[in-house]
Design a protein around this ligand. Structure first.
Ligand code: ACO
Length: 363
């Protein structure tokens, strides 16, 4: 029997949604370069592309925006559940619990576009509600006149964000909407393959995204940069970490053995929103030293900067705190998760095998 630990290089599905080329460092969403979509289109336009298969006309875009805006409010019972969660629970656990509680009898099988839009619309509201409650602030009601990203920032900050901040976050959210069969998308598809329901699939995917080897990395990038503190300390700090066998957060990727194209695009976005920011200056220096040391300590492994490194830089530069980094990733990836679940709704049950290494009892 062939084994592939971590399912590396195992192909389990065909998809029209995205191409992730790890050798060439390319990311395509349905015939478009993701980097171009991030710079030239909005969150809603790219979601439309992934969900419906084409970029929207002006009328189609207006309809989708209206539907999303109309679904942003979260029900009272969700607010009560969020309020009941202890304050020290991390935001991803809160998001997972609240999304799970959205499940209702009509969230059955097969998943519908209405369910997908409703869930996608509510994710930012759940996060912003919790964030404000923890700060003893009255949560802002969602605003129907703002786009998905602008409204998210409005609910978090309590005031409208600048155009540049909205564009920067939009670029990040578009670049992370979809990425093939990453761990969380695969998790969602496994649940969907049992013909469970959309909410169960997305709840499971949130659990997978939370881990530091997947979507949990960007806040750890911030921790690492804070611990390093100065440019002079970069090399001794990183060297000591590698000597101890630790992983450098924001580096390495299962598929990309060259630069992660999302990191390339986001580093440009970060430089445009955070000009002269000493933190970005430190991050750029740390990246350079880390790449040199990774080649020294882990030669030939193809370890490069991944999306999470510059995700931290972009989100920090627009004033989002580290606890919001991974939840914001969930806001965008919900689009890809749900597109996969819609696409694979009638696929065969996912059921791999394992090799038993224990003993067999006597008959
Ligand atoms: N720092 C130091 N060494 C590393 C790193 C890293 N960031 N990543 C991999 N390695 C080393 C491993 O120790 C291993 O070394 P070995 O051959 O001596 O045993 C080798 O590179 C291969 O590592 P694997 O774990 O087999 O690689 P895998 O493809 O499973 O890992 C992963 C990919 C999990 C992303 C890994 O690179 C990692 O842990 N990175 C840090 C966390 C991170 O940034 N995650 C975000 C990924 S992007 C995303 O999910 C959106």
């Amino acid at each position: 029997m062939i084994t592939s630990i971590g399912l590396e290089n195992v192909v389990v599905a065909e998809t029209d949604l995205s191409l992730v080329d790890g050798q060439k460092g390319q990311l395509v969403y349905r015939n478009y370069w993701a980097r171009d979509l991030a710079l030239e289109h909005s969150f809603e336009e790219v979601a439309h592309l992934l969900w419906y298969g084409h970029l929207p006309s002006a009328d189609e875009l207006a309809v989708l925006k209206e539907k999303l805006a109309g679904e942003r409010e979260i029900p009272f019972h969700i607010k009560s559940i969020i309020d009941a969660i202890p304050e020290n629970a991390d935001m991803m656990s809160v998001l997972r619990t609240a999304v799970s509680a959205l499940g209702t009898p009509d969230h059955g099988w097969p998943p519908t576009m209405e369910q997908v839009i409703s869930l996608t619309a509510k994710m930012p509201t759940i996060i912003a509600y919790r964030y404000n409650r923890l700060q003893n602030k009255e949560p802002k009601a969602p605003r129907a006149d703002l786009g998905h990203t602008a409204n998210y920032l409005f609910m978090l900050k309590g005031k409208e964000a600048s155009e540049a901040q909205v564009r920067a976050l939009d670029a990040y959210l578009i670049l992370t909407q979809e990425h093939g069969l990453n761990a969380s998308t695969f998790t969602g598809r496994v649940v969907a393959s049992t013909r469970s329901d959309l909410v169960s699939s997305i709840t499971a995917a949130i659990g997978a995204l939370k881990g530091p080897l997947h979507g949990g990395a960007p806040s750890e990038v911030t921790d690492m940069l804070e611990a390093i503190g100065t440019k002079e300390n970069a090399e001794p700090w990183l060297r000591a970490a590698l000597e101890k066998g630790e992983r450098l957060m924001g580096f390495g990727h299962r598929v990309y053995k060259t630069m992660d194209p999302r990191a390339v695009a986001l580093s440009k976005v970060a430089s445009s929103v955070a000009q002269d920011d000493p933190w970005l200056d430190l991050a750029t220096h740390v990246e350079k030293v880390a790449l040199k040391l990774l080649e020294e300590y882990k030669p030939g492994r193809g370890l490069n900067t991944n999306v999470e490194f510059y995700a931290a830089a972009v989100m920090r530069s627009i004033g989002l705190e580290a606890e919001l980094f991974t939840p914001s990733f969930a806001v965008s990836r919900t689009v890809g998760w749900s597109a996969h679940i819609l696409e694979a709704a009638n696929n065969r049950l996912i059921r791999p095998q394992s090799i038993y290494t224990g003993t067999i009892p006597a008959e």
